[in-house]
Design a protein around this ligand. Structure first.
Ligand SMILES: *Cc1c(COP(=O)(O)O)cnc(C)c1O
Length: 386
């Protein structure tokens, strides 16, 4: 089938088939790992099959990039060596010294560091804004100077939800492009380009890869001119993934839909268990009617995801004890894999923002709910909270 024909197919079909046709020579159903840096050419200046050097393009990567574009409903997909490499490439491709960007006031720590410690030195200014509030974003935009409005939704670890459609309108009014980091929702639960966003960025390390065995990033866009700039910088900056990393990421993507359904099923049951547990002061999950972003999440997400945060009633030490006592939940950073993880954001993922406006409550615990037997996960939390 052609790319156009996949357009009308369902998400799962696109995730499994788009981007690759069985290999001409062997009929291989899965894209082979093309472990080659260079390609024999037909003659001087005469490329064969569109490949000349693997920084510029490699068939294993091409297959992944086609699939990434298809699942995000975009025209152009680009794979990178990490989520941050993808972000850096967006910055260099679309911003110049003297420009300005609006960032979430609770951005992923690595994203904030990239803007504040790397891009700022290079001359790119940023203003943090509460992206759950479109008016706050409007106020932060400097017309003429703001090139990007950068949004994560839901955010980490407080799971704030931003209205992508409303923010696209605000960004475009201000002459800026809307970038959505779709790592937490994954393309299965939310497709920002269909809601008006201009650029989707991913850490494919998380749900897309899904097995905690590979680091990667992705950018997906519709606009041909933006795509041309991203592609030029992808090749010029060279932060590309190798063929084995592309193979692993692509293999993960094929099962994203079934994994996300189970992540969400398990998360909903765990939320039910935690909500009302005497040792838990508050459960933070966009699927709860009391969550301030619930209505927006319902509008733009298929389900509410696999990340849950909760506050432990007895305070910081009790929260640390829960993390230490859990056994099925592995104590660790990152998220989105098949295995459940537990962490204390204040001391782990968000330790570097202590004392800033990004500081998170000390009694907060974050769960990345995996796809194990949910009764085992609940029994583990019961034990850890007891
Ligand atoms: C992990 C993460 C990133 C960074 O991606 P890497 O693959 O670790 O470079 C960016 N955004 C979000 C929301 C993340 O969770």
């Amino acid at each position: 089938m052609t790319e156009q024909q996949w357009d009308s197919a369902g998400f799962e079909t696109r995730a499994i088939h788009a981007g690759y046709e069985p290999d001409e020579m062997t009929g291989a159903v899965i894209p082979p790992i093309y472990a080659t840096s260079t390609y024999k050419q037909n003659g001087v200046g005469g490329m064969r099959g569109g490949y000349e050097y693997s920084r510029s393009a490699n068939p294993t990567r091409t297959a992944l990039e086609g699939a990434l574009a298809a699942v995000e409903r975009g025209a152009h997909g680009f794979a990178f060596a990490s989520g941050l490499a993808a972000e850096d490439t967006i910055i260099r491709a679309l911003c110049r010294p003297g420009d300005h960007v609006v960032l979430p006031n609770d951005a992923y720590g690595g994203t904030y560091r990239l803007f504040d410690k790397v891009a700022k030195v290079w001359g790119l200014d940023h203003t943090p804004a509460v992206v759950a509030d479109p008016e706050a974003v409007r106020a932060a935009i400097e017309p003429g100077r703001t090139k990007l409005v950068w949004v994560e939704t839901p955010t980490n670890p407080l799971l704030n939800v931003a209205d992508i459609e409303a923010l696209a309108a605000v960004a475009h009014e201000g002459g800026a492009l809307l970038v959505v980091d779709n790592t937490f929702a994954s393309p299965y639960l939310q497709q920002p380009l269909t809601l008006g966003a201009d650029i989707v960025v991913h850490s494919t390390t998380k749900y897309v890869g899904g097995h905690s065995d590979v680091v990667g990033g992705a950018v997906v866009v519709n606009d041909a001119e933006v795509a041309e700039k991203i592609g030029f910088h992808q090749n010029s900056m060279g932060a590309v993934p190798g063929p084995f990393d592309c193979f692993l990421t692509h293999r993960g993507l094929k099962t994203l839909a079934v994994r996300m359904e189970r992540h969400c099923d398990n998360a909903e049951k765990i939320v039910e268990f935690l909500d009302g547990h005497p040792a838990v002061a508050e459960v933070i999950y966009p699927g709860l009617a009391a969550h301030p972003g619930h209505e927006v999440a319902k509008k733009q997400m298929k389900r509410f995801g696999g990340i849950i945060s909760f506050r432990v009633a007895a305070g910081e030490q009790a929260a640390l004890d829960v993390c230490a006592k859990a056994q099925v939940f592995t104590l660790g950073e990152s998220l989105g894999g098949v295995e459940s993880l537990i962490e204390h954001p204040g001391r782990m993922t968000h330790a570097s923002v202590a004392g800033t406006e990004l500081e998170v409550p000390a009694d907060l615990v974050r769960l990345s709910v995996g796809i194990e037997t949910v009764e085992d996960l609940i029994a583990d939390l019961e034990r850890a909270l007891g």
